[in-house]
Design a protein around this ligand. Structure first.
Ligand code: SAM
Length: 200
């Protein structure tokens, strides 16, 4: 078994994100987590959301790390992680909720657009897509630290960048989802809650 990967950001944001999920995920259902990363969220949050069946997913190279976290402390309501590339056609699976944390600034914008399109196809009417991360407003960074983070991101990968919330909302609208909430989070992040409003 490989050692558990660790993300400090994940450890810092798990409590604030959980509080938003507890506010919006009232009805029992299945949550598909996109880009689960280390697996820290999947190994912790579902303990406090017993009515939610949690399905972690990520690119294949991430699955051993997620499994290592789940092997240590697996909530009863978490499924084995599955391979899911957000930008490629998704496996057929039923879900009521989607969650993605800190992925929209990692994926290239075209891939984010594809992921949003797939999300719209998978969510039933009334389903929620919860998206956490940094976003720009009116084409501007919301803080100096976000501007520096964006420079760092682009050095890592030129296609990575903090996205404009207006662009995200337009892509979501085109996929049948509308913004229901935009909550300020610690460290200049936001949690966006989109609801699937119509069958396309
Ligand atoms: C910054 S990490 C965030 C991970 C985790 N959600 C967290 O909060 O710590 C970005 C994640 O996006 C995943 N990722 C990148 N491209 C992806 C894609 N095309 N499909 C699915 N996941 C992807 C990476 O493997 C990584 O786990």
């Amino acid at each position: 078994m490989i050692s558990k990967p660790f993300s400090q950001a994940c450890d810092n944001n798990r409590g604030p994100i959980l509080r938003v999920l507890q506010q919006y995920l009232k009805a029992p259902g299945t949550l598909l987590e996109l880009g689960s990363g280390t697996g820290q969220h999947a190994a912790w949050m579902p303990h406090f959301l017993p009515h939610i069946h949690w399905q972690p997913s990520d690119l294949p190279e991430r699955l051993p790390g997620i499994r290592a976290w789940l092997a240590d402390n697996r909530p009863a309501n978490v499924a084995d992680p599955l391979v899911l590339d957000m930008a490629q056609p998704w496996p057929s699976l039923a879900c009521d909720y989607l969650l993605t944390v800190n992925t929209f600034h990692i994926l290239a914008q075209d891939d984010v657009a594809r992921a949003i399109q797939h999300a719209g196809e998978h969510l039933p009417a009334g389903g929620l897509f919860v998206v956490y991360g940094p976003f720009n407003y009116d084409g501007r960074f919301t803080s100096e630290s976000n501007a520096r983070f964006n420079d760092w991101l682009r050095q890592q990968h030129p296609a990575s960048a903090i996205r404009d919330i207006e662009w995200v909302c337009a892509a979501m609208n085109a996929a049948g989802m509308t913004l229901e909430a935009d909550q300020a989070m610690p460290a200049n992040n936001r949690t966006l809650v989109f609801r699937r409003t119509a069958e396309e």
